[in-house]
Design a protein around this ligand. Sequence first.
Ligand code: AMP
Length: 290
Amino acid sequence: MVFESLNLIEPILKALQEEGYTIPTPIQAKSIPIVLQKQDLLGCAQTGTGKTAAFAIPILQLLSAGEQHRNKRKIKSLIVTPTRELAIQIDESFKAYGRHTGLKSTVIFGGVNQNTQVTALRRGVDVLIATPGRLLDLQSQGMLSLSDVEYFVLDEADRMLDMGFIHDIKKLLKLLPDKKQSLFFSATMPPEIVKLASTILRNPVEVSVTPVSSTVDIIKQEVYFVDKGNKSALLVETLKNQSINTALVFTRTKHGADKVVKILKKEGFYINKIQKDLANKDRCFVCTKI
Ligand code: AMP
């Protein structure tokens, strides 16, 4: 399949060509027609599958189609995502695929001064990409209105819940108009995600793609089943006893990373921590024996 067969408008096809995209990824091939038909979507897909374009392309097309009839530069599409990095990437994607449509997007996230973001909002945008905290903050200050939102995307819903954003999301849902098209993406679908999705989506079409697997063949993999309380001890033993000189240790959360750093330091390992919100110069490798 090629993008031309997805009934996309010329300004978007041109931008995709400039991006060097020719073939839609599976999540794009499945999702774009559904979104263009104005149906709600429940997408099970990870980062790396091309899911950003899977929602950005049809939203840009729907916004372009309706543009003459609607108020320009009101927030008509809202994308909510858990981290600043994802928010910035999504905004870049909207800008890239929408560069010939005349539509405007901006991104807001916490941890930085709000002034530049407020100025961009005052100028007016069609698409807003946001992390939950800053979005609610600026909304409560009266800096933005969500009453014109027609297309709502909740991205990386499982990470959102892991990061403790559930209350923010529930608050946000109350601020959105009832009549809207909603797209919900999550890499995993545990029961609490299914429940959250059912409160947001109306008769959704479900789309699922298998994760991109990239395990290198020469890596020997072992799995240890261990109780939570014994995990640290097992990690220390593994690092001490086996022929490991340098190791990368992954944790699910930043808090978990802090805990592992403390424990390994105490055990005499030379350790450095990588975290998304650390400055680049501080993002070194993780752990070596002394
Ligand atoms: P995402 O899963 O949205 O984070 O996208 C992963 C990467 O794939 C991004 O760098 C995109 O620019 C790229 N990408 C998305 N769709 C396509 C496509 N159809 N052809 C080539 N690259 C793509």
